[in-house]
Design a protein around this ligand. Sequence first.
Ligand code: 5AD
Ligand code: SF4
Length: 423
Amino acid sequence: MNVYDGQRIAAMLTARGMKQTDDVSAADIIILNTCAVRAKATDKVFSALGRIRNAKKADALFGIVGCVAREAGADAFRRIPELNFVLGPQSYHKLPEILENPDTKLLNIDLGGLEKFDELPQMEKSPAVAYIPIQEGCNHCCTYCIVPYTRGREISRSFNDVIKDVNHAAQTGAIEICFLGQNVNGYKYTDSDGAIYRLSDLIRETAKLDAIKRIRFTSSYPTEMTDDLIDMFRTEPKLLPFLNLPIQSGSQNVLTRMNRPYSLDLYIDIVDKLKSARSDIQISSDFIVGFPGETDEDFEQTMDIVKRVRYINSYSFKYSPRPHTAAAVMPNQIPESIKAKRLAILDSYLNEIQRDFNLSCVGKKLNCLYEGPDKTGKHLVYRTPYMQQCIIDSIDGNIPSMTMIEITAANKASLRGKIAKPD
Ligand code: 5AD
Ligand code: SF4
């Protein structure tokens, strides 16, 4: 979501004649696009702001947008008095106001819903992977999560608006469409005639475009994984066989306290249905360890679910108490040392599974999307359908944007391969 927001902000300023620079000391405007999901991310923003205020030109405009802006609000000006603007994730389209009135302080952390989508200019050229938000906010009130506060209630964009964005992306260079939403599979839009559109309808419509070769979506909530959507994995070959389906914890007690009221049996049932829809599907998850009251036994149950589903490419975090959330004031907060120990155990197991999965790909041919050269310039980096990085030697002539790659080696972090000869 933040990558998308960053691209739109860049497009907005480019349309006003500005150019991007990586050099803080040369910039006329410096924008930190921020994430507030864990305290560490917020702390990093404030330490970066401290560094930037010393490095920037005296008259450069300087501010934050996104969830930390919404979290901190006017307090951000108190902490960093040099800041010129603080704009929430649904009001960053107001940024030009500070260019017009550079001597003011601009604060807007309103939840404007979908307004920004109408205000922002389209990007002239789409990246190969086009992120398309189909929804803002989240109606699930997980007790640890700040997102319902920072991004507000869930609103789905209209089917036609989304498809317009998809068409524009396809016409300007997109090969892969990634639909975005905090609760993306809960997408539901009712038009003026009462017709209901779901994520499966967006996928079906998008797949009709020749330019689009791959479709994916993130992030999903388990109980919104409806049969029509599961069926898309059976019927739509452009839909990648890879799904992020966060479970967060393998303990029923912890899930209840997280206010994620699904049963583990139901979750497993959904995974099994997905596997029978598409046998080569792989699942990834997000995990939180050290949620208030999590016992050793609860944690063992998380390890059990990891063993059962064999998640690839997962994200795991230590629970971080956040303002405006119920869990922050729950009793039995877990000491940092225990959180760290549990995270290390979980991570080492997840890494082992990832390595085994990567090794199981050796000898296979995977259809991959070109991402760019590596840092040395001697290799090309591709993405497999499972979002693994696959590195091949540089080639002379045209670099194919999509190609079959034969996987020749693998480790925990990435794959090596070579362009496969046609069968
Ligand atoms: N502490 C730790 N991790 C969190 N996440 C969300 N809120 C918190 C928190 N307070 C994680 C969840 C979510 C991912 C985007 O971030 O695992 O799926
Ligand atoms: Fe946060 Fe995701 Fe839960 Fe929504 S579903 S409250 S975004 S963790």
